[in-house]
Design a protein around this ligand. Sequence first.
Ligand code: ADE
Ligand code: ZN
Length: 338
Amino acid sequence: MEKLIREMPKAELHMHIEGSLEPELMFKLAPRNGIALPFNSVEEVRKSYEFTDLQSFLDIYYQGVRVLLKEQDFYDLTRAYLEKAHSQNVRHTEMFFDPQAHIDRGLAFDTVINGIHRAQVDAESQLGITSKLIMCFLRDLSASAAMETLNQALPFKDWIVAVGLDSAEIGNPPEKFTAVFDKAREHGFLTVAHAGEEGPPEYIWQALDQLKVSRIDHGVRCVEDKKLVERLAKEQIPLTVCPLSNVKLHVFDSMEHHPLKRMLDLGLCATVNSDDPAYFEGYITENFLAVQKALNLDHNDIVSLVRNSFQASFLSHQEVQKLLDELDDYLERRELQH
Ligand code: ADE
Ligand code: ZN
């Protein structure tokens, strides 16, 4: 099972590029940009990553992004993630970025997106990994700030496939952003939203009905609402689940209590993702390994999760089929070896 998880071609659909900032890169960028860190070593940084809930994580995450100032910093960050993902046999990834976390520190929108985009182009031509970019609005900021961010993104809309919603969920329901998402869809963006991570199932309903999302990010609290589960299963709305994140942020008190297996058994289109891999001790492979072991997922569960990730991606039907064929080829070769 471990070999299967490591080797199989896969896609990642829920990963915040700022959450892939490893302490090693933080220590490289801070002196380069003349920024003092409140830590003496990489080990000290890692030790500080003890979270009690989403907000306690976000406080540290927004601290971390302060070392990102120049276009090259965003290039280095994105390049490092894409190399890591490639090394784990990720064929395609759809990455979130949080422009407001940078613009509010005085950076220009194009500094951020130019660096990320250049790394995407280079990684695709040099490594063969494809990627798309999803722009998230910080939901704890105002709807008008989100609208302003959307306007700033319009000149770059060919580089951004979708808009999303992240940051502190409770008290910031999806419906707060209905007008922003309406406008985004008018401009051709697809939509996704974090919902049902810490927030109630009601926020998932709102994301579907008000924001017309193509996928729900996390969505794990859907299991509390039978009618919602029925709808998600019937419409095969993808849920981008992040097991290590959920345990580190105490959404569930242990991996053994994670509902992923139950979600698959209920017919939901779940996928496995890393969320903020530098903060939650693992990239996509470590997430698969941890959840497989804790929930005793079988071969079919693992293969379903990967098939779901291809089918739930924003790739064309043709591109999806190519990845499904590659997976089938891999599984066939594996069979022959046994
Ligand atoms: N920003 C980065 N990671 C996040 C998460 N898991 N939930 C909400 N906002 C985030
Ligand atoms: Zn997330």
